[in-house]
Design a protein around this ligand. Structure first.
Ligand SMILES: Cc1cc2nc3c(=O)[nH]c(=O)nc-3n(C[C@H](O)[C@H](O)[C@H](O)COP(=O)(O)O)c2cc1C
Length: 191
């Protein structure tokens, strides 16, 4: 797929695979990925994002996996790294609810996924997991909320995926036109 307007090639390189290679991610790459999160913008510079990551083979990996729904489990098991994205619910400076915490976590994960793509490491973010179960199994305290699960790794062989997912893996990517979401001066409802 080509963009309608020329953009930074890394933005096009990033995508969400389900087949991962059985190749561990080096700690130096993991450091760079989390460094990219550090530099995201956030409301009041709160930096409300928190991450719990685990390598395949770790006990924490199995715990994170346990919270993932069966559909996502069917393909995530090949990922060498799982990352749980968590937010701190309240602002540290005054204790009030931070209603942009998830927004800021999303910005941090966007930075991370682009930094990862530069090193041929790909993220597949998931809403399909049980945040309460993840919080219990990992021991996330009150005041922090799991928001997203991320499978990360190098691209693997699509034929190793369950049959129902093989074709989807390399299907053309679908995108709205810019004119469907960016409006000059007035809002337009979806048709
Ligand atoms: C917050 C969020 C939740 C998602 N949840 C799931 C999920 O539970 N299972 C899944 O297979 N993909 C999930 N995805 C991946 C999206 O389907 C994918 O990003 C989208 O189809 C666009 O494809 P691309 O990332 O390859 O460009 C999720 C993505 C995001 C950002």
């Amino acid at each position: 797929m080509t963009p309608d307007h020329s953009i930074n090639p890394l933005l096009m390189k990033r995508w969400s695979p389900r087949a991962f290679a059985n190749t561990p991610i080096d700690p130096s790459e993991i450091n760079k990925i989390f460094e990219a999160a550090r530099w995201a913008a956030s409301s009041f510079n709160e930096q409300p994002w928190r991450f719990v990551y685990a390598h395949k083979g770790d006990q924490a990996y199995d715990r994170l996996m346990e919270s993932i729904n069966p559909f996502n489990q069917s393909w995530t098991s090949s990922a060498p790294l799982l990352i749980l994205g968590v937010v701190k619910d309240d602002f540290s400076h005054n204790g009030s609810a931070n209603r942009h915490a998830s927004y800021d976590l999303g910005a941090a994960v966007a930075n991370m996924s682009i930094q990862a793509a530069e090193a041929d490491i790909y993220f597949h973010q998931m809403a399909g997991f049980d945040p309460k179960k993840a919080a219990e199994l990992i021991g996330i305290p009150e005041g922090y909320t799991p928001v997203v699960m991320i499978a990360a790794g190098y691209i693997g062989d699509a034929y190793a995926l369950p049959e129902n997912l093989r074709e989807r893996e390399n299907a053309p990517r679908e995108r709205k036109a810019v004119s469907d979401f960016a409006f000059g001066g007035e809002f337009k409802k979806d048709n």
